[in-house]
Design a protein around this ligand. Structure first.
Ligand code: AMP
Length: 417
């Protein structure tokens, strides 16, 4: 025997009880998003590396440090998807979805891969549920998108949720602001962290995310993008806010919420949960009106979000998972009953019952104990001369032909339900 193997660092197994909770997240997402006209999409686990270089942005941490990139057997560079928006935008373009009525609304629930420092709430393989609405710049799409995520988190019992909302304006406004910020950062260069200093040219907005105390102090006084938006951008933002106010959704306008990529535009938002530790982001998103163009399509507006399944489950707390229902446990009293019992179990399943058969060679006593542990409602003990059906709820016991077991279970089960 060699060394006992374990799952790679930053990954984990979804065990059956966790799978039940995830199924619930998925069913809730399907219900809420489906009711708003979103349809499921699933893209491949890996894509051409270029999609993320162009569709996430070469200057981001994701692309610079976190991608699982490798050459496949044919010498092409491929990358395990680190996020869902660029692949969905690619699929929209590739399948000519601009010919469909706009906006096209799509949702996904998939696994993503980032080489990050593994810790509670942060993994190297994680799952996100996400929604994208592509093809309309109407502020109502923004408000609808945000409200859907708020409703999803609420329905799933995510605790202590806070929403921060901002606007980035358009690339043109942002370019002017960027120069202003760069000038400000250069004026305070001696107080900044080395990392931020090195990025003044490449990505000055990142300075707002810094943990470094000196940088933080400088950023307190930095000019805010929100104070430098154009009139159209401000109108868009005001309309999004009015719709959210009308829907009674609480939020906080955050002037420091930033994302340093050229194709992000206008609305930006993030949901956090105070029930989480350091990794408090549950989900977030924004408008990406320049993205489709960036990956080779015509200028097309879009907005979307993604929320982490692990963080949703963490912030929702552990609700007890209900035991799976078992209608019938088929035991056998003697080896002669085995074949009949096996067949009976299958027939029960075909009749729509949940049924299990003894599979571990237990004694009759052991089988009955196992039936009890499985929470079986009925137990059929098949013997050479017929069957005994025991109602585990009432203790009632009947001798009958094996062929009668299913009709009786169906009938009794129904009267009690
Ligand atoms: P992002 O795509 O980075 O905007 O992340 C959206 C959401 O996905 C976050 O709010 C988290 O809930 C989740 N998330 C992002 N990265 C990770 C990770 N490494 N592990 C677990 N969840 C993550």
């Amino acid at each position: 025997m060699g060394k006992k193997l374990q799952a790679p660092r930053g990954t984990y197994d979804v065990l059956p009880d966790d799978a039940v909770r995830r199924d619930h997240v998925e069913a809730t997402a399907r219900r809420i998003l489906g009711a708003a006209g979103y349809r499921r999409i699933e893209t491949p686990t890996f894509e051409a590396t270029e999609l993320f270089a162009r569709g996430v942005g070469a200057s981001t941490d994701i692309v610079q440090k976190e991608m699982y990139t490798f050459e496949d057997g044919g010498g092409r560079s491929v990358t395990l998807r680190p996020e869902g928006t660029a692949p969905v935008a690619r699929a929209y373009l590739e399948h000519g979805m601009q010919k469909l009525p706009q906006p096209v609304k799509l949702w996904y629930l998939s696994s993503f891969y980032r080489y990050e420092r593994a810790q509670a709430g942060r993994y190297r393989q994680f799952w996100q549920v996400g929604a994208e609405a592509i093809g309309s710049a109407d502020p109502a799409v923004d408000a609808e998108s945000i409200l859907l995520l708020a409703e999803l988190l609420e329905s799933l019992g995510v605790r202590d949720v806070r929403l921060r909302l901002g606007s980035l304006g358009t690339p043109k406004t942002r370019a002017a602001y960027r120069e202003l910020l760069q000038r400000y950062l250069r004026d305070h260069e001696d107080q900044l962290s080395e990392e931020v200093r090195a990025r003044i040219d490449l990505n000055p907005l990142r300075a707002f995310d810094a943990d470094h105390p000196g940088t933080k102090a400088v950023m307190e006084g930095a000019p805010r993008l929100l104070d430098h938006l154009s009139a159209e951008d401000l109108d868009h933002f005001a309309e999004v806010r009015a719709l959210l106010d009308g829907a009674d959704l609480a939020y906080e306008v955050d002037k420091t919420l930033v994302r340093g990529l050229d194709y992000y535009a206008r609305t930006l938002f993030e949901f956090t949960s105070d029930a989480l530790g350091a990794q408090s982001g549950v989900g977030g998103g924004g408008r990406y009106d320049g993205l489709i163009e960036q990956i080779g399509g015509p200028s097309t507006p879009g907005i979307g979000w993604a929320a982490g399944i692990e963080r949703i489950l963490l912030a929702a707390g552990e609700e007890p998972v209900p035991a799976p229902l078992l209608d019938l446990y088929v035991a056998y009293a003697a080896p002669e009953g085995r074949a009949t019992g096996f067949e009976l179990c299958w027939e029960a399943r075909r009749a729509g019952l949940s049924a299990q058969f003894e599979l571990a060679g237990r004694s009759l006593k052991g089988q009955l104990k196992q039936a009890d542990r499985s929470g079986a409602r009925f137990v059929a003990i098949v013997g050479p001369d017929g069957a005994t059906l025991k109602d585990m709820e009432t203790g009632e016991q009947d001798e009958l032909e094996p062929g009668r077991v299913i009709p009786v279970v169906l009938k009794k089960g129904k009267t009690l339900a």
